[in-house]
Design a binder for this molecule. Structure first.
Ligand SMILES: Nc1ncnc2c1ncn2[C@@H]1O[C@H](COP(=O)(O)OP(=O)(O)O)[C@@H](O)[C@H]1O
Ligand SMILES: [Mg+2]
Length: 272
C-alpha cells in the first residue's frame, strides 16, 4: 500500500471549537473545545463512546452545522465568513457524506440517487447519468442501477451511498458509523471500499464507536470523551503489520480447521 505522504495539504481544520445546546436550565456541552487538523490523503477516525460528541463533531467538520464558538477552515478558508448558500456550494463540491442509515431517497432509483448531488453542481443530465453509471460500476452495482432502495440489501444500499458520496469527486469523504447497520462481513466489504478510496488519494474521516475498526483502518484516531479530545493516536511504521498478525492469530483460534491446514502445509514443507 503506497500512500502519498509528501506535500501534505490541510483540508479541514477545527480551531478551539465548541458546540453547546441549551436545554432549559441545562447547558449540554456536546463539543467542548476541540482542535482537529486533517491533511489531504489522511484516513482519520473519530472514536468515542455514545454521547461523546462524535456526530456533533462530524457535523461541524462537514460544515452541516455551525459552532457556538471557534473557527472551522475548509482548505484554509474560514467558513464562518461564507453565506449559507456559498457554504452549501463549497460543501457539495468538497465533501461526500455517508451515514449509518444510508439516507437514500426511497422513490428514486439507485442510479437517480447517485445522480442527485450532481444536479446542484449544474452538471447536465446526460453527464450525470454517465458518471453515475461509472460510479455504480466502481462499487460493483451496475446491475442494480434501476432498482429502488427497498429492492436491495443493506450492504448494497451503503455501496450506493458510497457511489453517491463520490458523485462530485470530492476531496473528502465523511462517514458517520458507516457499518453501524451492517453485519460484520458486509461491514468489512464497505470498509474495504473506503480503504481503496483512501489509497486512491481521497481523505476519509470516519466516526465510529468501535475501537477495532478505528485502529485497523485509520492512520490517525481522535479519541473523544465528554466533548473533548482525550488523546490522538497515530499509526506508526509497521503497526499495520502487527495488526495483520493479530488478526491472523485470532482467526486461527476461532477456526481450528484453518490451523490444521497451516500445520499440514508446514509439515509438507518439512518433508520437502
Ligand atoms: N440537537 C441537540 N440538542 C441537544 N443536545 C444534543 C443535540 N445533539 C446532541 N446533543 C447532546 O450532545 C451530546 C453529544 O451527542 P452526539 O454528538 O450525538 O454524540 P455521539 O455521536 O458521540 O453519540 C449528547 O449528550 C447529546 O445528547
Ligand atoms: Mg452519533
Amino acid at each position: 500500500m503506497v500512500k502519498k505522504k509528501e506535500e501534505k495539504k490541510e483540508v479541514i481544520k477545527l480551531k478551539d471549537v465548541f458546540k453547546y445546546y441549551q436545554m432549559g436550565d441545562v447547558t449540554v456541552k456536546a463539543v467542548d473545545g476541540i482542535d482537529i487538523a486533517i491533511n489531504q490523503g489522511d484516513f482519520v477516525a473519530i472514536m468515542g463512546p455514545s454521547g461523546s460528541g462524535k456526530s456533533t463533531g462530524m457535523n461541524l467538520i462537514g460544515s452541516l452545522d455551525v459552532p457556538t464558538k471557534g473557527h472551522i477552515f475548509l482548505d484554509t478558508e474560514d467558513i464562518s465568513e461564507l453565506t449559507e448558500s456559498e457554504l452549501a456550494q463549497v460543501r457539495g463540491k468538497k465533501i461526500g457524506f455517508i451515514f449509518q442509515n444510508f439516507n437514500l431517497i426511497p422513490n428514486l432509483t439507485v442510479k437517480e440517487n447517485v445522480m442527485l448531488p450532481m444536479m446542484f453542481q449544474g452538471i447536465n443530465i446526460y453527464e450525470r447519468g454517465a458518471i453515475a453509471e461509472d460510479l455504480l460500476k466502481k462499487v460493483d452495482l451496475d446491475d442494480r442501477a434501476d432498482h429502488y432502495p427497498n429492492q436491495i440489501s443493506g450492504g448494497q444500499m451503503q455501496r450506493v451511498a458510497i457511489a453517491r458520496a463520490l458523485a462530485n469527486d470530492p476531496e473528502v469523504i465523511l462517514a458517520d458509523e458507516p457499518t453501524g447497520n451492517l453485519d460484520t462481513k458486509t461491514g468489512i466489504k464497505v470498509m474495504e471500499f473506503l480503504q481503496k478510496l483512501n489509497e486512491e488519494g481521497k481523505t476519509i474521516i470516519m466516526v465510529t464507536h468501535e475501537p477495532e475498526l478505528a485502529e485497523e483502518y485509520a492512520d490517525i484516531v481522535y479519541w473523544l470523551r465528554d466533548g473533548k479530545v482525550e488523546k490522538i493516536t497515530k499509526k506508526k511504521n509497521g503497526f499495520k503489520i502487527e495488526q495483520e498478525e493479530k488478526k491472523l492469530k485470532k482467526r486461527k483460534k476461532k477456526n481450528p480447521e484453518e490451523k490444521n491446514k497451516d500445520k499440514k502445509k508446514s509439515e509438507k514443507k518439512v518433508k520437502k
